[in-house]
Design a protein around this ligand. Structure first.
Ligand SMILES: Nc1nc2c(c(=O)[nH]1)N[C@H]1C(S)=C(S)[C@@H](COP(=O)(O)O)O[C@H]1N2
Ligand SMILES: [Mo]
Length: 401
């Protein structure tokens, strides 16, 4: 039996590691590695929590929340960072687990006190929640849902659990982390103790630096492999990016007209866009929309799934369209799609985006009429918002009182 290598010198009985596992505690599997990987994970999880909450709040805004229309690319950056950092955490998480996993097999003992039991319970919650977030998030970027629950609600709820568990874990481990980070990182050869140098040299091949370097390189490689879906310069090297700017008119398609069940209605000769503003209402044919003053906007579609792409849109300014019907009273505006299936058939646009000059009811993309899949006959395109709120195949636009 080997005493726990993390023993912090307190007078409690040491953690006992089963004999079969003791051999696996190489110097590389040490607090030095665990603490450094842990710090990286902590920073990553903080970034994931903040960027994730931003995305959640934009989609489900409480009264106090305010999100600007400018800079137009801000959401593209926060969500690109969210997905890329999430992927970058996978190698770090693996190294972290590898550095501590013999501890998972240590039997909890009441002799070491209730605090220790609580701490180990919180670690179990932490591991579960973090794994859950990484796996569900990753599957979502691939639009692969091999589960029964609704992704966004669960991913959002579990974020509090994961974040809370990180805070508890960090508070508990702070002394260990501080010590591990201030002590010099010794290579296994130097670290060999006098008592059992033979055993030590015999059971280790990997140095701490090698493990940490592997975590770092793996993490950057994983990040680069997906970042191209939001960073155009990286597109050629992003072999794992699910959607990297491929698609009709240079913009990927998220949901097709066929999937949304609008193939008939979107091409109907009797198409009318109903607009309600200032207590008045008017139905616009597409020809009438084309007859209104046309403007260009260069705006990205920034999907919550992490990909984004810049489009050159043109069409009618939303504020002009509302003014053509009635006096805009300053409220939020609801957009409803012809789509009858699915949960993304409508969206609500807040005031800063309603009055912004770049917000269009778009008729064209890249100089040509919108394709059916991009939202023909017309769609909303507004600055600094999640793609999921850029409603396609518009049926009505209505100012909310
Ligand atoms: N009516 C409707 N509009 C929609 C969607 C949808 O499912 N239905 N998907 C949204 C999502 S998730 C994204 S990312 C963008 C993508 O637009 P694109 O397919 O033109 O690139 O459209 C949005 N508009
Ligand atoms: Mo999306």
């Amino acid at each position: 039996m080997r005493a726990d290598t993390d023993a912090d010198g307190a007078a409690r009985p040491p953690l006992m590691v089963p004999a079969a596992l003791a051999d696996r505690i190489s110097p590389a599997r040490s607090t030095a590695v665990a603490a450094r990987a842990g710090v990286l994970l902590g920073i990553g999880i903080l970034i994931l929590f903040v960027t994730g909450m931003i995305s959640h709040l934009i989609q489900h805004p409480p009264d106090w929340f305010w999100w600007p229309a400018h800079p137009v690319w801000l959401y593209r950056v926060t969500q690109g960072v969210h997905v890329t950092v999430g992927v970058m955490m996978i190698p770090v998480l693996l190294v972290k687990f590898w550095s501590v996993y013999p501890r998972f097999f240590i039997k909890p003992s009441l002799r070491r006190g209730p605090v220790e039991l609580l701490e180990r319970g919180s670690v179990a919650v932490l591991i579960g929640a973090v794994l859950f977030q990484i796996v569900t998030g990753l599957f979502n970027t691939a639009q692969f849902y091999p589960w029964k629950f609704f992704f966004t609600t669960t991913h959002h709820a579990m974020a509090y659990v994961a974040f809370g568990a990180v805070v508890v874990h960090l508070a508990v481990k702070l002394p260990v982390v501080r010590q591990a980070l201030t002590a010099p990182v010794r290579e296994p050869e130097e670290a060999v103790g006098q008592e059992d140098s033979a055993a030590n040299t015999g059971r280790t091949g990997v140095s701490r630096r090698a493990v940490l370097a592997a975590a770092g390189i793996g993490s950057v490689a994983a990040g680069v492999a997906v970042a191209g879906q939001s960073v155009p310069l990286l597109r050629r090297v992003s072999v794992l990016a699910p959607r990297s700017g491929e698609g009709p008119q240079g913009v990927p398609i998220n949901r097709t007209a066929a999937a949304a069940g609008v193939l008939e209605t979107a091409r109907s000769a009797g198409y009318l866009l109903t607009v309600k503003a200032g207590g008045r209402e008017h139905g616009f044919t597409r020809a009438e929309l084309e007859a209104l003053p046309q403007y260009d906007s260069v705006l990205p579609i920034a999907c919550v799934e992490g990909w984004s792409a810049t489009g050159h849109w043109s069409g009618v300014r939303l504020r002009d369209l509302l003014a053509a019907v009635g006096e805009y009273g300053g409220g939020d505006v609801r957009f409803v799609s012809m789509e009858t299936t699915g949960i993304y058939g409508s969206s609500v646009l807040p005031h800063p985006h309603v009055v912004d000059a770049s917000t269009l009811v778009a008729l064209r993309l890249g100089g040509a009429d919108l394709t059916l899949d991009h939202g023909y006959p017309c769609r909303l395109i507004a600055p600094n918002r999640p793609g999921v709120l850029q409603t396609k195949w518009l049926k009505s636009i209505e100012e909310l009182s």
